[in-house]
Design a protein around this ligand. Structure first.
Ligand code: PEP
Length: 254
């Protein structure tokens, strides 16, 4: 079973990019989406500072909003951190956790990612949990083992297709212009789907979980990547910053 009842999702991860002026790109995207009906959900994940103003801008639109990280506690002495409950107040409906940049820059382990995903669920947010192998792990033939370990360690109890999305992001493909072949993507996604069964109460629920591909998705490769079996959308970094490019990727679903 390889299908999901949820529409595919194309989510833009703005990372540490964007000021108030960048909301013009959101307006431009809204215009481009007006009158077309892509067969996918669309989401933008701006930095924390833009959550409230972007939420207002998106009020009258079908574009959803997510955040890029959260702390696992509800409140407390954690200078500079943001709780999932705070994110939920902005109108965001999802939060990315376990992105490889956080795993690398902030030494986040699977255990930490698991706590953050649980916090997202506690706050009523969808956890977009990122997993993926490094180039050394791929060259050593360890890709599928790495994915298994990350799934086992990063997903909390209580995951289901409504509250959890997996983003398969090979670390070596992020921001590099490199992408795995469609066959490699298919192999990774099929493996993730299989491993999910143990985490989400069985194969039927696992079949409904959206598994996004992320890593150098661009308008010129989106259609091919999104057509791969078990790929239920994309997590897009650089190409989500400009409405033209992001719309070009969304167009894979037109
Ligand atoms: C990402 O960081 O989630 C990502 C996929 O980045 P890019 O599209 O720029 O490779």
């Amino acid at each position: 079973m390889t299908t999901t009842n949820f529409p595919p999702l194309v989510a833009g991860n703005w990372k540490m990019n964007g000021t108030l002026a960048s909301l013009a790109e959101v307006d431009a995207l809204k215009e481009k989406l007006a009158g077309v009906n892509p067969a996918c959900d669309v989401m933008i994940c701006p930095p924390f500072t833009l959550l409230f103003p972007m939420g207002e801008r998106l009020n009258d639109s079908s574009i959803a909003m997510g955040a890029q990280d959260c702390h696992w506690e509800e409140k407390g002495a954690h200078t500079g951190d943001i709780a999932a409950e705070m994110i939920a107040e902005t109108g965001a409906t999802a939060v990315i956790v376990g992105h490889s940049e956080r795993r690398t820059d902030h030494h986040e382990t699977d255990e930490i990612v698991q706590k953050k995903a649980a916090a997202a669920h506690r706050a009523g947010l969808i956890a977009i949990i990122c997993i993926g192998e490094t180039i050394d792990e791929r060259k050593a033939g360890r890709t599928l083992d790495v994915l298994s370990t990350q799934i086992a360690g990063s997903l909390p109890e209580g995951c289901n297709a409504a509250n959890t999305i997996i983003a398969y992001e090979p670390v070596w493909a992020i921001g590099t212009g490199l992408t795995p072949t469609p066959e490699e993507v298919a192999e990774a996604h099929a493996h993730i789907r299989k491993e999910l069964a143990a985490k989400v109460s069985g194969e039927e629920e696992a079949a409904r979980v959206r598994i996004l591909y992320g890593g150098s998705v661009k308008p010129n490769n989106a259609k091919e990547l999104m057509a791969v079996e078990n790929v239920n959308g994309a997590l897009v970094g650089g190409a989500s910053l400009k409405a033209d490019d992001f719309f070009g990727i969304i167009s894979a679903y037109l």
